[in-house]
Design a protein around this ligand. Structure first.
Ligand SMILES: NC(=O)c1ccc[n+]([C@@H]2O[C@H](COP(=O)([O-])OP(=O)(O)OC[C@H]3O[C@@H](n4cnc5c(N)ncnc54)[C@H](OP(=O)(O)O)[C@@H]3O)[C@@H](O)[C@H]2O)c1
Length: 308
């Protein structure tokens, strides 16, 4: 099979489009012919070596935290899937990732793709969806809550806006001014354009803030929460926890491979409640260029996808 692989941390050029032996389905595993994989901020940060304090990546490594395609073989003991099924899978950090033409994963890491969704759409909902769902669960958003979603035009933020809107929350989102109408279309009630306005001067008494940015955005977010409010963060960099000072709860959303969470996202999308957001597709062979784009924040309005 064709795959993207790197043997050392470094710039996007360390990634090479190469031939690798086809994987085989071990016991309890499904083998997929991959149609699409997501390109996430995590992928480039891991490749660049910025996450070495958290993960020691075995080298060489095939990147990618998710994939979707058609089952072409099943290992012994697989009960849920058969050849021909369309599935989306969560790929572990240490196993082979989704930037390849084939992947073998445990069936506990696979979910069926609803008929309503294309495979590309389903994968756009896989790693991003898992992140959004786990953050939402941590925040315990209720109908009527005043919620602030940072980075509402991003892959995870866009799903959080949709989920909070679906739950009946009053949703404010931050995004670039040119993305205002796009994020309103996802269900936000109000937009604060981060390139024109300072959210911390315009908002107060939020029940929940989702911080997908860290740094200065994190620091300023305390001020807009009500006492007893909840700041849920999901960034790689450490934050300065000022929860006690402001009387708010601070929770890190720990994203892990959670099949029931992913299934919930697929069900919502299958019912038409949640719309997966695909920013752009590029061929697998252009993965290095895809990383350059995401690294310089040139991707907006959903996920950048590789197609095989
Ligand atoms: N810890 C975890 O397990 C975990 C899991 C998933 C994601 N994350 C993190 O969550 C973040 C978002 O992930 P993603 O996949 O949604 O990324 P993404 O699709 O690349 O989105 C990034 C978004 O950030 C927005 N942005 C940039 N500067 C901003 C600012 N000052 N204020 C508000 N928005 C701003 C951009 O908005 P415009 O397009 O409008 O400019 C862009 O759409 C990343 O940092 C990622 O590492 C962490």
């Amino acid at each position: 099979m064709k795959a993207i692989q790197y043997s050392e941390h470094g710039p996007a050029d360390v990634m090479h489009y190469i031939d690798l032996p086809d994987p085989v389905a071990g016991p309890g595993q499904v083998l997929l012919k991959i149609e699409a994989a997501s390109v996430t901020p995590f992928d480039w940060k891991l490749r660049a070596g910025y996450l070495q304090n958290h993960f020691t990546l075995p080298m060489p490594s095939v990147p990618g935290r998710d994939a979707g395609g058609t089952v072409v073989a099943v290992g012994n003991g697989v009960t849920e899937f058969t050849v021909g099924d369309r599935v989306a899978v969560m790929a572990g950090v240490f196993a082979q990732g989704g930037y390849a033409e084939m992947i073998a994963v445990d069936e506990k890491h696979a979910v069926a793709i609803p008929e309503r969704l294309s495979t590309v759409e389903a994968v756009a909902l896989t790693n991003a969806g898992l992140s959004a769902w786990i953050a939402l669960r941590a925040a315990e958003v209720r109908s009527g809550d005043k919620v602030l979603v940072h980075a509402g035009a991003g892959a995870v933020g866009g799903l959080l806006v949709q989920l909070c809107h679906h739950l009946g929350a009053d949703v404010t989102a931050t995004c670039r001014s040119t993305n205002r109408d796009y994020v309103l279309g996802l269900g936000a009630n109000r937009i604060i354009a981060y390139d024109q306005e300072d959210f911390s001067e315009l908002l107060k008494a939020r029940d929940v803030v989702f911080d997908l940015m860290g740094g200065e955005v994190h620091d300023k977010s305390y001020k807009v929460l009500k006492k007893g409010g909840h700041l849920v963060w999901l960034v790689a960099d450490p934050i300065r926890d000022r929860g006690a000072e402001f009387g708010v709860t601070v929770t890190r959303a720990m994203v892990s491979d959670d099949k029931s969470a992913l299934q919930s996202m697929m069900e919502l999308a299958g019912a038409g409640i949640l719309k997966p957001q695909v920013a752009r597709t590029m061929p697998l062979s252009e993965a290095a260029e895809a990383h350059r784009l995401i690294e310089k924040s040139a991707i907006s309005r959903g996920r950048l996808m590789l197609t095989m």
